[in-house]
Ligand binder design. Structure first.
Ligand SMILES: [Zn+2]
Length: 241
């Protein structure tokens, strides 16, 4: 026997799913509801930026749900995620499935620990250009290593909780999986949302990076004046003055 969902409902074809999702979005727009869908994804890659890809790769850690992940990827690709919103520590979404109405999905993610926040701030210290790049909507390549470090910035399975209104009794159904991949696609276009999701105050982060930069500059300036003084002293010794 397949999943509850397969057993009781006829699975929609890709074409049906796309058509249903489009219809639902139009209907919501007419009612003045402001849905924010994950657009249909062309090509094999769900996310194109390295940080979006890194988010998606991290989902492979939920290997227990491999089967659902594969279905989730298919769902998000075909535009089934008709609404997706990222707020502090939370993702709320609607995914079209076999029912006539989309299912409601909630994902809760723990805030990044203070220890990890401090770690990123110190890693970014003296790299103000990075902080500025972040605000302008790009993750600088220098942060790649930090982001790709397992268990550092992306949520571990223990730090994430989800629920879906569908009848599938699996803890992670394909709708949840579609939403998690949808987050990867959304981060492509708006990486700052990552900070929102993990409840990192971006302005504090930038301030801290700036403060560290200033401190580094002052320290360097001190070292420089120290060197000048040393030279003067040496000159003095040789009577050059
Ligand atoms: Zn579901």
């Amino acid at each position: 026997m397949g999943y509850y969902d397969d057993y009781y409902f006829k699975q929609p074809t890709v074409g049906e799913l796309r058509a249903k999702a489009e219809k639902m979005i139009k209907k919501a727009n007419k009612k003045g509801e402001n849905w924010n869908p994950v657009p249909v994804i062309d090509g094999r890659k769900i996310a194109k930026s390295w940080w979006g890809k890194a988010w998606c790769d991290n989902l492979e850690r939920y290997a227990d749900y491999d089967n659902r992940l594969e279905r989730g990827r298919r769902y998000v690709r075909h535009g089934a995620v008709v609404d997706l919103d990222i707020t502090e520590g939370k993702v709320t979404a609607k995914v079209m499935g076999s029912g006539s109405e989309p299912y409601d999905i909630n994902v809760d993610i723990s805030p990044l620990s203070e220890e990890k926040v401090n770690h990123i701030v110190s890693e970014c210290s003296g790299r103000l250009a990075n902080a500025e790049a972040l605000i302008s909507g790009k993750f600088p390549d220098e942060l790649k290593e930090l982001f790709l470090e397992k268990g550092m910035l992306f949520p571990t399975p223990q730090e994430i909780k989800f629920s879906c209104s569908c009848p599938d009794w699996a803890y992670m159904c394909k709708h949840v999986a579609a939403v998690l991949y949808g987050v990867g696609a959304r981060l492509d276009t708006d990486p700052v949302l990552f900070f929102t999701l993990r409840r990192i105050n971006i302005s504090e982060f930038v301030d801290a990076a700036l403060m560290n930069r200033v401190e580094t500059m002052l320290a360097n300036a001190d070292a420089k004046s120290q060197r000048i003084m040393d030279k003067n002293e040496i000159d003095g010794l040789f009577g050059v003055i």
